[in-house]
Design a protein around this ligand. Structure first.
Ligand code: 9MR
Length: 388
């Protein structure tokens, strides 16, 4: 473990605070960091971040460095963010976050190589077949080669399943499926493996947590997809469970979810929680009550999830309510609070104070059965720095 003071002291903004009288005492009395509580059980904990947040906010950056052993670029690696013309990608956008992770010795999740929703328009306009396939393979190859040794896992195809399509394979109808065919997933995974043999390759999916017929169908479809990939010797190492929780919405069945994770693990796959947060749209306005419900949702979910020993990575989709796609009202209108109050989906509030969701995470890590030492946290970090 890198001592907190060493990591923090590297930051100009945080340095002044550290030099202030009494700050050493304050650090000694500070609650433990989530990264350390998780690491004590062999679990890697982290959050998504945006480069602009790190560039502009020393207090938030210091919090990220204190609490997280891993980070994920929230948007900067998405193909549409990086590319506006055929086969041209602006690597300087993700580079800033990758350099930050390297500098501060954080493990880095790669999110994502392909996502139907954030695919450049020029790709959608390509003629069917060969040219689409080579553009897709080029994108995957260039990203994996460039960040080889610095990204420990990749979400290769984000959200590949849609049970509404009626297709037997439940593959989502995307530009990749349309232009390249159902093999696109295998092609993308093979290209990723070839370009970076050491990175874990993850299928990242949402809508597979709750106890509803739709989620149950989706869990089954995800399992079938993973089984097919294993049968075809398609390189795949882990399932990413997004886990955007919703307070007071659908029911959650710990045994059913637990069973699903065991089925995934039985395929020889690891499991990661990749985007944990909680929409509090249906919770009361009063903050203590609201925070309590959010924390309960974290606790119930994590208790079931962390019981599965194949699950070694937990990432929250943000760290503080200051920065969250839910608070920013991005792309999830049904999750917005009708009373106009800001949502409180994450472990820290907008002023960076710990909330009960933090306590729930801390308690869940403390209660988690230990993972084999060094299986997740240590290799992710070692790989990350192997080439430095
Ligand atoms: O949090 C992300 C938000 O800032 C973006 O506007 C949005 C579209 O690119 O993506 C959000 O993150 C999504 C993630 O990349 C994939 N799973 C769902 C997340 C929330 O929408």
């Amino acid at each position: 473990m890198v001592p907190v003071l060493t990591r923090r002291s590297a930051m100009a903004g945080a340095l002044a605070a550290l030099l202030a009288p009494g700050s050493r005492q304050a650090a000694a009395n500070a609650p433990p960091a989530l990264r350390d509580l998780a690491a004590a059980k062999g679990i890697l904990y982290g959050s998504c971040v945006q480069g602009a947040q790190l560039a502009a906010e020393d207090d938030f950056t210091a919090l990220v460095l204190r609490e997280c052993a891993a980070i994920v670029p929230e948007n900067e690696m998405k193909w549409q963010w990086m590319s506006h013309r055929p086969d041209e990608e602006d690597f300087s956008i993700p580079d800033r976050i990758v350099d930050f992770a390297t500098r501060y010795r954080l493990a880095l999740r790669g999110h994502n190589l392909l996502w139907y929703w954030r695919t450049p328009d020029w790709f959608k306009a390509l003629p069917r077949g060969q040219s689409a396939e080579s553009a897709m393979v080029r994108r995957v190859t260039e990203m994996c080669r460039r960040y080889r040794g610095r990204v420990f896992c990749w979400d290769v195809v984000n959200e590949p399943i849609d049970v509404e399509t009626g297709r037997a394979d439940a593959l989502r109808k995307t530009v990749f499926l349309d232009e390249i065919g159902p093999d696109y997933l295998d092609l993308a995974h093979r290209a990723a493996r070839e370009a970076d043999p050491a990175a874990s390759l993850v299928v990242n999916e949402y809508g597979i947590v709750y106890d509803t017929p739709a989620a149950e169908q989706k869990r089954t479809a995800v399992l079938r997809l993973l089984e097919r990939m294993k049968r075809n010797a398609t390189p795949v190492d882990a399932l990413g469970v997004q886990a955007h929780l919703d307070i007071g919405g659908d029911p959650f069945s710990p045994p059913k979810f637990r069973r699903f994770l065991a089925d995934v693990a039985a395929l020889g796959l690891d499991i990661q929680i990749t985007e944990l947060d909680a929409t509090d749209e249906r919770a009361p306005a009063e903050i203590a009550a609201r925070d309590g419900l959010v924390a309960d949702a974290y606790a119930r979910f994590l208790d079931a999830a962390l019981d599965e020993p194949a699950l070694g990575v937990v990432v929250t989709w943000g760290l503080s309510d200051r920065h969250s796609w839910i608070v920013r009202h991005e792309c999830n209108a049904q999750g917005w609070r009708k009373d106009g109050l800001p949502s409180r989906p994450l472990p820290f509030d907008a002023a960076l104070a710990r909330k009960r969701a933090w306590t729930a995470l801390a308690a869940a890590f403390r209660a988690a059965p230990p993972r084999p030492p060094g299986k997740w946290a240590a290799p992710a970090l070692a790989l990350h720095h192997a080439r430095r």
